[in-house]
Design a protein around this ligand. Structure first.
Ligand SMILES: *Cc1c(COP(=O)(O)O)cnc(C)c1O
Length: 390
C-alpha cells in the first residue's frame, strides 16, 4: 500500500527532533554533525537564537495579510538585497523553483514588452538544475527529471557548461536569455570558470539578451561572498535566490535590474504566500547576520581550513576520492567508489552530507561552523575512508 506521505523521495530511515548550531539529534537519541544543512538551507545552523527570536516575535504579531496590501517586511528585505547586490527590485516567492520560474517569465516579458515577441528561448547549461516545476525541469534538461512528464515546456536550449563557443553558436533570433548557475550544485559541484562567467556577460550584452544567474544554492554567503558572482566582478540582469535566504524558513526571491524587470507590472506575476510577514522577518535577520562586519570573511577563512584538511585527509585515498572541488563552503568530493556508500558510512559515524550528480558527495556545512567542528568532521571522514579502503 502506498505510504500516506507520497513516496517521491528515497529517504534514509532517520528522523530528527532537535537541532542546535551545526548539530542535529535524531529521534533515537543519536547526535549528528550536519554538513548538509538540509541542502544548503540552514546556513546559520539550527535554531540560531536571532532567527528563533525574529520568528517568534513576528508569530505573535501577524502571519499573513496577502499581497493585496503592502507588506512592510518585503520593503525592508528588498531594500537590503538591493543595497548589497546589482539589483534594483525584488519579487518574493517561496522556493528556488519559483524564483527561477519568475526569472524565466521576466526574461520573456522583457523582450515581449520591448516589441520583440519572438525572443522567448533561454540557453541553459547541460548538468544544470533549476527546480522541479514543468518549466524548470525543461530548463534543467535532465532526462531523469523530464521522463514521463511530456510535453516538455518549449523554449530551452542546452549547451555544455563552460564552453563559450558552443553557447555563442546557440544564440539565434529567438534567444531571450542565458541562464546558468555560477557553480553547478546538483550537477556535482562544478565551478564555472570565472573568465567564462565574465564572458557570458559580454556575450549577453553583445546580442541584446539577458543574463540570469541561478544562485539558489551558491548564494547567501555559501561561497564567502553574499552571492557567488560578486567575487568575479560580473553581474547578471536577473538572479534567483532561495535556500539559505530563510535559514530554514521557506522563502525565495527573484532579483533584477530595473531594465530587466520592465515588464513586471501590476498583474504580471504573483504568489499568495510569497514574502509573507513570517518569511520576511526571518530573511531580514538572516541578511543582518550575514552582512555583519567579518561574517563573510570568516566563511572564507573557515572554508580554507576545511579545504586544507580535506586535501590532507583524502590524499592517501586516491582510489576512493578522485578530486576535491568547489568554492567556500560548497565543496564536492568526486568519488571513484559509489558516493552513496560513502554518504551512508559517514552518516553511520554521525556526519551528514548530501549526494550530487557525477558521483559527488557534497559538503555544505552551516556558515557558522567552527574550527573544532571542522576537525570533528575531518576525523569522521578519515575513519570512514579507512573503513571503505579496508
Ligand atoms: C535547490 C535548487 C533549486 C530549486 O529550489 P527548490 O526550493 O527546491 O524549488 C533551483 N536551483 C538551484 C541551483 C538549486 O540548487
Amino acid at each position: 500500500m502506498i505510504s500516506t506521505v507520497m513516496p517521491t523521495y528515497a529517504r534514509a530511515n532517520l528522523a530528527f527532533e532537535r537541532g542546535e548550531g551545526a548539530y542535529l539529534w535524531s529521534t533515537d537519541g543519536k547526535k549528528y554533525l550536519d554538513f548538509g544543512s538540509g541542502v544548503a538551507v540552514t546556513a546559520l545552523g539550527h535554531c540560531h537564537p536571532r532567527l528563533v527570536k525574529a520568528l517568534q516575535e513576528q508569530a505573535a504579531k501577524v502571519w499573513h495579510t496577502s499581497n493585496m496590501y503592502r507588506v512592510p517586511g518585503q520593503e525592508i528585505v528588498s531594500r537590503k538585497l538591493v543595497d548589497s547586490t546589482f539589483a534594483d527590485t525584488v519579487f518574493f516567492c517561496n522556493s528556488g523553483a519559483e524564483a527561477m520560474e519568475c526569472s524565466i517569465k521576466m526574461a520573456r516579458k522583457y523582450h515581449y514588452d520591448g516589441g520583440d515577441h519572438d525572443r522567448y528561448r533561454i540557453i541553459c547549461a547541460i548538468g544544470g538544475f533549476h527546480g522541479r516545476t514543468l518549466a524548470t525541469i525543461a530548463a534543467g534538461g535532465q532526462e531523469k527529471h523530464l521522463k514521463g512528464f511530456a510535453p516538455v515546456v518549449e523554449g530551452f536550449d542546452h549547451v555544455p557548461y563552460g564552453n563559450l563557443n558552443a553557447l555563442r553558436d546557440a544564440i539565434g533570433p529567438n534567444t531571450a536569455a542565458i541562464m546558468v548557475e555560477p557553480i553547478q550544485g546538483e550537477g556535482g559541484i562544478v565551478p564555472g570558470d570565472p573568465d567564462y562567467l565574465r564572458r557570458l556577460r559580454q556575450t549577453a550584452d553583445e546580442f541584446g539578451i539577458l543574463l540570469i544567474f541561478d544562485e539558489v544554492q551558491t548564494g547567501m554567503g555559501r561561497t564567502g561572498s553574499l552571492f557567488a558572482h560578486q567575487r568575479l566582478g560580473v553581474a547578471p540582469d536577473i538572479m534567483g535566490a532561495a535556500k539559505g535566504l530563510g535559514g530554514g524558513f521557506p522563502v525565495g526571491a527573484c532579483l533584477a535590474t530595473e531594465k530587466a524587470a520592465r515588464g513586471m507590472t501590476a498583474g504580471a506575476h504573483g504568489s499568495t504566500f510569497g514574502g509573507n510577514p513570517l518569511a520576511m522577518a526571518v530573511a531580514d535577520t538572516v541578511l543582518d547576520v550575514m552582512t555583519e562586519e567579518g561574517f563573510l570573511d570568516r566563511v572564507s577563512s573557515i572554508s580554507n581550513i576545511l579545504r586544507q584538511g580535506l586535501e590532507r585527509v583524502c590524499a592517501p585515498y586516491p582510489k576512493i576520492i578522485a578530486e576535491i572541488r568547489g568554492v567556500g563552503l560548497m565543496i564536492g568530493l568526486k568519488c571513484v567508489t559509489p558516493n552513496t556508500e560513502l554518504i551512508e558510512k559517514l552518516r553511520d559515524r554521525g556526519l551528514l552530507t548530501v549526494g550530487a550528480g557525477d558521483n559527488v558527495v557534497r559538503l555544505l556545512p552551516p556558515l557558522i561552523i567552527t574550527e573544532s567542528e571542522v576537525n570533528h568532521a575531518l576525523a569522521i571522514l578519515s575513519e570512514t575512508l579507512a573503513e571503505v579502503a579496508a
